[in-house]
Design a protein around this ligand. Sequence first.
Ligand code: CU
Length: 231
Amino acid sequence: MRKTFVALTAMALVGSAAMFVAGPRLAGAQGGGTVEVDVKYNGAPVVEKLKVNKDTEKCGTETAIEKVVVGSNKGLANAVVSAPNTKGAKPVKGMVDQHGCKFVPHVSVMTPGELELKNSDDILHNIHTYSTANPAINKAQPKFKKVMTEKFEKPEIIKLTCDVHSWMQGWVAVVPGIAAVTDGNGVAKLENVPAGKQKIEVWHETLGKQDKDVDVKAGQTTKVTFEMKGK
Ligand SMILES: [Cu+2]
């Protein structure tokens, strides 16, 4: 009975997602532009190294907690870039793997809906979120459970931790608009952003938040640079 219900729900979700994608994509192709966001940080990288003494065959004996990752040309990695007020963003399912006793990717974005949490480590993990707008999750994921699906319906930046491995930390940004995460060079591209004045927001786990208004032009790439300040 439960299986049937899950299958029907899944079909309904796939169906509505497909319809949802078709509409805005057409609109975007006609009236959208690209916003290329450069996030810079003038300070030093912050990486904390820790000795590990648990599940070392999967986790290794040392781990690095990368709080501030700075690449070439002072580019800041792992920053969430978004146009939070854009309507009809293409649905993006959340996807995070627990691999080598780390959340991979360390920072990711999703539209409100489902997060797929993988466990490719073959050991027990226990996801623990500090969400407040969404129900908090504190759930064991034994080694045989390769995938767990959770729901985050409300916009929020959620911290992920693991109660088995205290050093594990990750972030999932639930954003209703168009969003992306900066790469190793501090660059992220927002595609199909509706033309006109749009608020562009940047968030980083230790360097905080900034926003700027950008004039987006249809069929063109608009560049915007943010300088994050140390705390
Ligand atoms: Cu874990």
